[in-house]
Design a protein around this ligand. Sequence first.
Ligand code: FES
Length: 283
Amino acid sequence: MEMNVLVVDDDEIIIRSCEAVLSAEGFKVTGVTSSKDAMALIDERVFDLVITDLIMPTIDGFELIKWINENHQYTRVIAMTGYSSKAVLRDAIALDIVDFLPKPFFPHTLTEAVKKAVSTPPKVPMPTQDVETYDKGKLKAILQKYKKRPGALIMVLQEAQELIGYLPASVQKIIAKTMKIPVSEVHAVVSFYSYFTMKPMGKYNVRVCQGTACYVKRADEILAKLKDTMGINEGEITHDSLFSLETVRCIGACGLAPVVLVGTDTFGGVDPTKANEILKDYH
Ligand code: FES
């Protein structure tokens, strides 16, 4: 499978050199000369690896790496710099990068570092789908259907999330532009409703109700059992991207408490000791 590598350096010669070396090894390389452009691209596409210079004007490489760690934890990072003092090295390593390349470096040093980096498992699983691969025609059709209907934002967001699996910032921007409303308004709605998510989800999103009616019927034990079975915590995705796990506050089915949702399926009266059995039929 072709690996996507983003090279960020304010020196175009470095970008071209990395492109030449890594393209010859079968990597798909994209280069940008600023952290700002890098952030915009990383919001739009999934990159297996980012190689970034540390010392750059406006937003430096340290800030870029912090932003990646907060927003795209699955992205591996190699830092490079011509100012490789002990302090710089220490600060870069503290940001949990996979490797550090002092400039200038030999082509084979770059190739070896990149091959090693992409064989390192990402901190969280890579998203199964990103804004490059979803059906843009279908999103356009959803927007065409609703764009002249006032108050249709929630319906647009619901259908967009069903199509893509989540609502990344780039999709929120497209929706805001087409619906002629501020991005901040779209973002506020996405953040307010727990149904919407800005993070990639597993094929089946498992939601465990922790509302009062469910909690008094041992919903906390159900959550613990499911965490243990899946080997993940809330907000995470299993390594095969089959399941993601979330908690919710009352889904309005208190008569069925305790309740677990797997995708669109509802399970009521769940026995905490057998909660793991719910997942058996999902592949
Ligand atoms: S508290 Fe769980 S459904 Fe209401």
